[in-house]
Design a protein around this ligand. Structure first.
Ligand SMILES: Cc1ncc(COP(=O)(O)O)c(C=O)c1O
Length: 386
């Protein structure tokens, strides 16, 4: 028996069409993009890349649905690095929250050593950033940029993006969202929210392969961000300097084309299935797991204790038990995959009061069966009874 309860790390399985599209790309096309003689194979690659950009701006409500403002990276970590290191200069101030993943914190700590001032807005013990607390932090620290994760990868708490982005808009501060955990699961419209940039990764809620992510940009903000990789773009080849035109500005070198083909298939699958259907399924599974977890003896659950304002990502500790050992037994004795420890988010665990021990994270996904949730709960009960 094998049960996958680690969708917070990466979703699995993927819709079948994802692997097929990658296989088809490599066997049926496989040409580089904008680096050929406009053969049929070249055009096919260009079409795949453009179609993927179009799906992205459509899914995330990109400015004027302009596909040039969706650029690719390897993952959301790279996306965040591109934005932060391309925008923040010595003397500037950046405001983040106490629930950030290391993908946000580590670049910011590095930038701090180069003269950027980092301010942290405190989330409550459930990992929620109260809009009034955020508004106070914003007016006190007067940042040049705000970056926040939309939802916690540790305990699933979802931030109030409309309220937070309205505060940023009022203060005239560009707002960048790390949507690693929410893209493909919660509706997102960056134009309505007024986001400066939306950073995503392909392999989580978007159900695509690993190694592909990106940024959807507000055009004005994109102009203010410097690229940090230079090289061939398959365009403006007469220039010895990096072109300023989008999307080339942020895309030097050959992109992960099989990854883009896989992501395109995943995005088409999501559009046909509907985000609402995905969300409804995840709510149902989450509610089932939450009710069961709360009934276990000696359980200490971090984050929200209802399904409101959360994703089905649960962080649990059990009285007198080491979460790493519980995870080991779940895996070895029951074939159940989870993730114990700190989840690349030490500051979030400090906020939740679970540092340095961390927690056992259980995260079902769209393809998890109800019986898998029940079997996981039975296995946990058996371990706790032993
Ligand atoms: C909130 C958040 N940000 C950033 C990341 C980093 O994602 P990736 O490894 O795809 O760059 C993750 C992954 O766990 C995450 O959950």
């Amino acid at each position: 028996m094998s049960i996958y309860m680690n969708n917070g790390a990466t979703t699995w399985p993927k819709p079948e069409c994802v692997a097929r599209a990658m296989y088809d790309f490599l066997t049926g096309g496989g040409a580089n993009v904008a680096r050929g003689s406009a053969s049929k194979r070249d055009l096919k690659s260009m079409d795949t890349v453009l179609s993927c950009r179009e799906e992205l701006v459509s899914l995330f409500g990109g400015w004027d649905d302009d596909p040039r403002y969706a650029t690719f990276t390897a993952n959301v970590t790279e996306s965040i690095n591109v934005v932060l290191k391309g925008f923040l200069k010595p003397g500037m101030t950046v405001l983040a929250s106490s629930m950030e993943h290391n993908a946000v914190l580590r670049p910011l700590r590095r930038l701090e050593t180069r003269g950027v001032r980092l301010e942290i807005a405190a989330c409550d013990e459930e990992g929620f950033l109260r809009p009034d607390v955020f508004a106070e932090a914003l007016s006190r620290t007067r940042p040049d940029l705000v970056i926040l994760s939309h939802a916690s990868n540790v305990c699933g708490t979802v931030q109030d993006l409309p309220a937070l982005s309205a505060i940023c808009r009022e203060g005239g501060v560009p707002f960048v969202a790390d949507c690693a955990q929410t893209a493909g699961i919660l509706p997102l419209n960056m134009t309505e929210l007024g986001l400066a940039a939306l950073c995503f990764t392909g392999h989580k809620g978007l159900l695509g392969p690993q190694g592909i992510g990106g940024i959807v940009w507000n055009p004005e903000f994109a102009q203010k961000v410097e690229w940090f990789v230079e090289g061939g773009t398959g365009s403006f080849s007469h220039l010895e300097f990096q072109p300023d035109a989008m999307p080339d500005k942020f895309e030097a070198g050959t992109p992960n084309l099989p990854g883009i083909a896989g992501l395109l298939a995943a995005l088409s699958w999501l559009r046909e299935t509907g985000i609402d259907a995905v969300r409804a399924r995840e709510e149902l599974l989450g509610a089932r797991l939450l009710t069961g977890l709360l009934s276990l003896p000696g359980v200490r659950l971090s984050g929200r204790r209802t399904m409101e304002g959360r994703l089905p990502v649960f962080a649990a500790n059990f009285e007198g038990r080491d979460n790493g050992l519980v995870a080991g037994r779940l895996s070895e004795e029951f074939g159940i995959e989870t993730r114990p420890g700190l989840h690349c988010a030490p500051l979030a665990h400090k906020t939740l009061g679970t540092f340095p021990g961390g927690a056992l994270r259980l995260s079902p996904g769209y393809f998890t069966a109800e019986e898998d949730v029940d079997s996981t709960l039975s296995a946990l009960r058996a371990i706790l009874d032993s």
